[in-house]
Design a protein around this ligand. Structure first.
Ligand code: NDP
Length: 315
């Protein structure tokens, strides 16, 4: 297996990874960025991004990620298509294996592996993704203004998305699989006190309906076995996210879901020289612009770390 040494290794190619790359490259650190299995990250599954500042007319998600990439390349980021398949942070310098093929020995590592929204796993849901099916009401809800929609889930995200949508949509169905919600009491109260949210208890989605775009959903009542249909234009899945941090679990502190822990106000993980940016450590905000912001933090923290190490080197 071949081995190479780098100053900064960035793992992941969403807004946080590319922002880290732009900053690290402009600081002369010659970053190597490994894209991961979904080059461009979650935004490549979104059509229109209207809430990223600087694009007054909005921008298509894949186009925006190409712009991020171009900007990182302009400053000579070494971008490589591939997956980091394992890491070894047990001794310094840190090590990462790419595609089970070659090893990178890195003086600093910026983890920007993001998170993936969970989906129900129905073929109709997959087919209609971006054609009425979305995993982000804050990103896409606006396109359903004035239309009837449904949200699946019963946690804080689902409750928040349902109340958000209820402000712009005449009717919101909340599809809850049990007879109670997991969301915090205050969020549940908000849902129950919003007249245009109808909670469908003990309900599972049997099928998302529609040929080219969502027109409805078939709901199964898991208590009675009855099936019924609702007419909707938007189907929002809010059943949680999974951070892509599995390969770090032997080395870094993470919470019970897998979000990496940072020292407050920084991008520093529990291991020196390893930084985390974007959704891999953010269970609350999960926006492109916040990911980009923490990407900048990761690069600046890495730069400081490397400079201090250089300063401490014996003559
Ligand atoms: P959670 O894991 O808390 O909730 C997921 C919900 O989805 C559960 O109600 C679960 O049902 C339901 N679910 C899971 N799988 C399925 C399925 N296949 N079909 C139908 N329903 C399903 O995720 P959230 O994203 O809601 O929240 C994640 C974390 O972020 C939480 O700690 C939350 O408190 C926090 N958060 C905080 C916010 C705030 O404070 N403003 C806003 C958003 C999130 P069941 O209950 O039956 O298991």
């Amino acid at each position: 297996m071949t081995t190479e040494e780098v100053k900064v290794l960035i793992i992941g190619s969403g807004p946080s990874g590319y922002t880290a790359a732009i900053y690290a490259a402009r600081a002369g650190l010659n970053p190597v960025l490994i894209t991961g299995g979904e080059p461009g990250g979650q935004l490549t599954t979104t059509n229109d991004v209207e809430n990223f500042p600087g694009y007054p007319e909005g921008v298509n998600g894949p186009q925006m990620m190409m712009d991020f990439q171009k900007q990182a390349e302009r400053f000579d980021t070494d971008i490589r298509y591939g997956m980091v398949t394992s890491v070894d942070f047990s001794s310094y310098p840190h090590k990462a294996i790419v595609d089970n093929k070659y090893e990178i020995i890195a003086e600093s590592v910026i983890i920007s592996t993001g998170a993936s929204a969970k989906y129900l796993g129905l073929p109709s849901e997959k087919r209609l993704l971006n054609f009425g099916v979305s995993a982000c009401a804050i990103c896409d809800g606006f396109f359903y203004k004035g239309k009837e929609v449904a949200v699946v889930g019963a946690g804080d995200s689902a409750a928040e998305e349902a109340t958000y949508l209820a402000n712009i949509c005449p009717k919101v169905y909340l599809i809850v699989r049990r007879d109670e919600m997991r969301a915090s009491k205050i969020m549940q109260q908000r849902v129950l006190n919003t007249p245009n949210i109808e909670v469908l208890w003990n309900s599972e989605t049997d099928e998302v309906l529609g040929e080219k775009e969502v027109t409805g959903a078939r709901i199964l009542n898991n208590k009675t076995g009855e099936k019924s249909e609702i007419a909707i234009s938007g189907f929002f899945v809010a059943i949680g996210h999974k951070p892509n941090t599995e390969i770090f679990k032997d080395y870094l502190e993470m919470d019970e879901v897998g979000y990496l822990k940072v020292q407050p106000g920084t991008s520093k993980t529990s291991i020196e020289g390893v930084f985390v940016t974007g959704d891999a450590s953010d269970r609350v905000y999960r926006q492109a612009v916040t990911a980009a912001g923490t990407g900048c933090m990761g690069a600046l923290d890495a730069e400081k770390f490397l400079a201090a190490k250089e300063f401490d080197k014996p003559e």
